[in-house]
Design a protein around this ligand. Structure first.
Ligand code: HEC
Length: 198
């Protein structure tokens, strides 16, 4: 290759690089150029939009049969007194009875959701009961002491006679925590000498 051809080639390369520099010069008033933009923004379907990718044409699909959504545990008990007893025999609290943190939270739940009827200390003398709502039995009575944790869970989940269900207000965890709190109330009361106030 002659010197002259080399110089022409170098000049051409230089001009080409100048031209490229000019082509990609910063233009703050324009959005940046994007390379394969579909990689950055994947096309998506909104929850209720139609969708050609599924046979039924919908985006939201029913869960596969027999699967359980994450964080959701079905309760395998019917809302009947028989199943309340069955829950007592087969369902156990996941909490240790001395779990102070759970009992602390259970105490807050009790004041907010149970005390209006059951009274601040569970004697069945809450404000709602004082105003004429059928008074619940004392949580210190033999019956309430003997009911198993699983059965109380069933009562809180489905309600029992005049007591409504608390399933929509209380998470499962909070239901177990308030049960732990009721147990701690009962335990404290039994350590009070006869005749003393719980
Ligand atoms: C609207 C008033 C009301 C509220 C609020 C309420 N209860 Fe009750 N509860 C009752 C009544 C009334 C009964 C008695 C039901 C019956 O006749 O079987 C009862 C029964 C119970 C029993 C069974 C007691 C026994 O000896 O049979 C337990 C345990 C209990 N409630 C716990 C709770 C807890 C824990 C909460 C808070 C999450 C709560 N209750 C909130 C009214 C209420």
């Amino acid at each position: 290759m002659s010197r002259r051809t080399l110089n022409v080639a170098l000049l051409a390369a230089f001009l080409a690089s100048l031209a490229l520099n000019w082509a990609v010069r910063p233009q703050p008033w324009r959005p940046n150029r994007e390379f394969i933009p579909e990689m950055v923004r994947t096309p998506r379907f909104n929850a209720y939009s139609t969708n050609p990718n599924f046979p039924n044409g919908m985006t939201l699909q029913a869960p596969v049969g027999g699967t359980i959504p994450r964080g959701f545990l079905p309760v395998h008990y019917a809302p009947t007194p028989e199943d309340a007893l069955r829950a007592g025999d087969t369902l156990e609290s996941p909490l240790r009875p001395d779990d102070a943190q759970a009992i602390g939270r259970g105490s807050v739940v009790f004041s907010n959701f149970c005390a209006p009827c059951h009274g601040a200390t569970g004697k069945g003398d809450g404000l709602v009961a004082q105003r004429g709502f059928p008074a619940p039995p004392s949580l210190y009575a033999d019956n309430a002491r003997k009911i198993k944790d699983g059965q109380i869970f069933h009562i809180l989940t489905y309600g029992q006679k005049n007591m409504p269900s608390y399933a929509s207000q209380l998470s499962r965890e909070d239901r177990w925590r308030v049960i732990a709190f009721v147990r701690s109330l009962q335990k404290q009361a039994s350590s009070v000498p006869a005749g003393g106030q719980p």
